[in-house]
Design a protein around this ligand. Structure first.
Ligand code: PMP
Length: 292
């Protein structure tokens, strides 16, 4: 199936183009230097899930890297709707990309005049349904998460090599995900997901300054937990805390909520997806189905 992609160059009017004709210059600094930002969003039954949070994060990423998104937030939301409609998609994975734009060789971003905006709407099935019942085995990568003073992981930039290197370590170890530690040796997150543990009924997740992307799904899970009267804490987590936790799970737009049952060869809890994890997954799916 060929998709229609929304593209906009600088302040010029955006338009929908067939995917084979959706082009970015090889001189775009997004291509030359990974100079740009992105978002991954889901639509469930025609409703874009937590669109405002994702748009806010995109604008925050832009601000952090001095990138001027050449449209208003409302226009971006309209572009998403238009692209979903054009592709006749109700359940979709939406990718927003803003690149620095075309410029001469050399890092200087001030020479790039027209940032390029791309909206892709497609489908995604991150893990087969069976994986949600079985849970994941993961390892700890030796590649550390970027130091926030170098490139803050809260910026969702087009530089994903840090995470990709850790992902390759996971693949080499025969598993699907890897924990990334921060430069203090504490748990930050996984390559494309945030991490939670349950200890004595309390839900714990690394703080925003642990070197993580502040996941939208992470925020939703914290809200759901509060509604279910589960105590939630943002903490510093070591690998020991993960190994000895009663439950562990990952959250992300693509993965939603998925249990972790083994970390570095150690079974977590009884080695099966935990009850709080599965309860949160059920509640999360109820929420996405409800259109709220
Ligand atoms: N951490 C990283 C590094 C990510 O790339 C993502 C998004 N895939 C997440 C966490 C989860 O964030 P969200 O819940 O907003 O998708």
């Amino acid at each position: 199936m060929s998709l229609l992609i929304y593209m906009k160059h600088g302040r010029r009017k955006g338009s929908l183009v067939p995917e084979d004709e959706a082009r970015i210059s090889v001189f775009d600094h997004g291509v030359l230097y990974g100079d740009g930002i992105f978002e991954g969003i889901r639509a469930y039954n025609g409703k874009v899930f937590r669109v405002d949070e994702h748009i806010e994060r995109l604008w925050d990423s832009a601000k952090a890297v001095y990138l001027d998104i050449p449209m208003a937030k409302d226009e971006m939301k309209k572009a998403i709707q238009e692209t979903l409609k054009a592709n006749n998609l109700k359940d979709s994975y939406i990718r927003l990309i803003v690149t620095r734009g075309k410029g001469p060789m050399g890092l200087d971003p001030s020479k790039c005049v027209d940032p390029c905006v791309v909206v892709i709407t497609t489908t995604i099935a991150m893990y087969p349904e069976e994986q949600y019942r079985k849970g994941l085995e993961i390892i700890t990568a030796t590649t550390l998460r970027n130091h926030p003073a170098a490139l803050d992981p809260r910026i969702k930039s087009l530089n994903y090599l840090n995470n990709i290197l850790a992902k390759i370590e996971a693949e080499n170890a025969g598993v699907l995900e890897a924990i990334m530690l921060n430069t203090e040796g504490l748990v930050a997150e996984c390559t494309g997901d945030n991490l939670f543990v349950v200890v004595d009924g309390v839900l714990c997740t690394p703080t925003g300054v642990s070197g993580i992307l502040k996941g939208v799904t992470r925020g939703v899970v914290m809200e759901l937990a509060q509604k279910l009267r589960i105590d939630v804490r943002e903490v510093c987590l070591s690998r020991y805390d993960v190994y000895t936790a009663d439950e562990c799970f990952l959250t992300g737009t693509g993965a939603e909520i998925i249990a972790v049952v083994k970390v570095d060869g150690r079974p977590i809890g009884n080695g099966k997806p935990g009850t709080i994890t599965m309860k949160l997954l059920r509640e999360f799916r109820k929420l996405t189905k409800s259109g709220k």
